[in-house]
Design a protein around this ligand. Structure first.
Ligand code: SAH
Length: 456
């Protein structure tokens, strides 16, 4: 069957852009047929070369702009176009926040059929740069030289990166130091095609309020030549480092961490504060990457939970207990559940660290533990969920419906699964009251949002 598309490959077309896709490409329509062009903005007109033609859409490469958006900005990062890490540096921050509000609103309506709900304007940062507290940098070799940086967009080519404009300076320093030490001590980078070599990733974490640093060297095997010297030089050069660990990942995989972590020097964790609460964070535990906005996000979750001190609250997907401990300050009792064992052990320690005795943490799949809790007679007043990108399992949403809490607070890093899950809950008698997007990831297309849902 032949299909008729209004464009052909390699053709140069003139386009007027009217929207942005979820991954930040400009959208122009030719007789209703969409053409997606990376780094073009709504309100702009220009020419693009068609590089891919599909039945329902085409992809173009931007050639020239004849009309520029008033929200267009000069990307400060020299490798913005090659690195896949940021997608929106060419859009000013006001434009980014408006894009995120619109994206959440559109997706709720399109996927969840949720239209009569207030989506507030996205809460942004005063300084939307250098915000990340964690770097996970792949290591490779180019012409026999160690490189460390980012995978170029849609590829496995490693782009060397001396500095990253959304990364905390401290993390940049760690990465540059370790890269230099790997060179000096002849450490070979891991070669993913041949499954040979040693150093796979340099991971660093920074506690914004304590200044503490953790360095994680992810290696293919247990062996790390000159381990002692490397540790000593890291300590000499960066006294803020409180923890140096080696994680061993012997698998052929894109997943960064392996199962085994060994402390090479110092503590197993570093500490950080969000508000008044102190957190111990270990190498593999999930901890929000934007500490400034995490406070904003959790404050909003707490506001939506609307606690008076008498409630039993469940925090599903609780990680190291961050939201749980925020809630525990205002609730009678908080039950947290999380799949990663180390995170739960961090959560328990964090509760002790903060003298919060009204918490209990369980390790397991939230979609199994919640129905079990229901069967045990647990009837929470409020349930908070903060799932990974794939959203909540139906078994978990069913358990929520069975437990009949007054309120559900849904913290989401993916508007599409948020919309799907809200629709499911609405079918079970809940009603979405309001949604607040919070910009956790400036310069990127990632959207985080908190929704307040009530049983009606
Ligand atoms: N609320 C925490 C963590 C949110 S990230 C915070 O704000 O820091 C999502 C968490 O869900 C991660 O810690 C991840 O390990 C966990 N997770 C993923 N799948 C899960 C599942 N099926 N059951 C329970 N936890 C899960």
């Amino acid at each position: 069957m032949t299909t008729h598309t209004p464009v052909t490959k390699n053709q140069t077309v003139t386009l007027s852009f009217e929207d942005l896709t979820h991954d930040g490409a400009g959208v122009a329509k030719l007789d209703g047929y969409p053409v997606f062009v990376p780094r073009a903005l709504p309100g702009e007109t220009g020419t693009a070369k068609v590089v891919k033609v599909k039945k329902n859409f085409a992809i173009g490469r931007l050639l020239e702009l004849t009309e520029e958006s008033t929200n267009r900005a000069e990307p400060p990062c020299p490798i913005f176009k090659r690195c896949g890490g940021c997608q929106l540096q060419h859009l000013d921050y006001e434009g980014q926040l408006a894009y995120k509000t619109k994206h959440v609103t559109d997706v709720l309506a399109r996927i969840g059929k949720i239209e009569d709900v207030t989506v507030h304007s996205t809460l942004g940062m005063e300084e939307p740069w250098r915000y990340r507290n964690k770097a996970q940098v792949p290591v490779g070799e180019q012409n026999g030289e160690i490189v460390a940086g980012f995978y170029a967009e849609r590829s496995h080519e490693i782009v060397d990166m001396p500095s990253c404009v959304i990364q905390n300076e401290e993390n940049d320093r760690v990465v540059q130091l370790v890269k230099g030490l790997a060179k000096k001590y002849g450490i070979r980078a891991y070669d993913e095609k041949k499954h040979k070599g040693t150093l796979r990733h340099i991971v660093t974490r920074h506690g914004k309020t304590t200044g503490e640093l953790m360095v994680v060297l992810v290696t293919r095997g247990k062996e790390l030549p000159n381990k002692k010297n490397i540790v000593e030089e890291i300590r000499e050069n960066l006294p803020e480092v409180k923890s140096i660990v080696q994680n061993i990942n012997p698998k052929r995989t894109n997943v960064i961490f392996g199962d085994k972590t060994e402390v090479l020097w110092g503590e197993e964790v570093i500490y950080d504060y969000i508000g008044d609460i102190k957190f111990a964070i270990s190498a593999r535990s999930f901890y929000q990457v934007n500490p400034v906005q995490t406070k904003v996000l959790y404050d909003k979750a707490l506001e939506y939970a609307d606690l008076n001190g008498d409630e039993t609250v469940i925090d599903a997907y609780c990680g190291i207990g961050t939201i749980s401990l925020f809630l525990a300050q205002k609730a009678k009792q908080v039950l947290g559940v999380e799949i990663v064992l180390e995170a739960i052990s961090d959560a328990k320690n964090n509760a002790i660290l903060n003298g919060l005795t009204n918490t209990e943490f369980a390790v397991g799949e939230a979609e199994k533990v919640m129905p079990w809790w229901y069967a045990q007679g647990v009837r929470p007043d409020v349930i908070v969920v903060d799932p990974p990108r794939k959203g909540c399992d139906e078994a978990l949403l069913d358990a929520i419906a069975d437990m009949k809490p007054k309120r559900v607070v849904y913290v989401s890093c993916n508007p599409a699964t948020l919309a799907r899950d809200l629709q499911y809950l609405e079918e079970k008698g809940f009603k979405t009251q309001e949604v607040q997007p919070v910009d956790m990831f400036p310069q990127t297309t990632h959207c985080e949002a908190v929704a307040k849902i009530e049983l009606v």
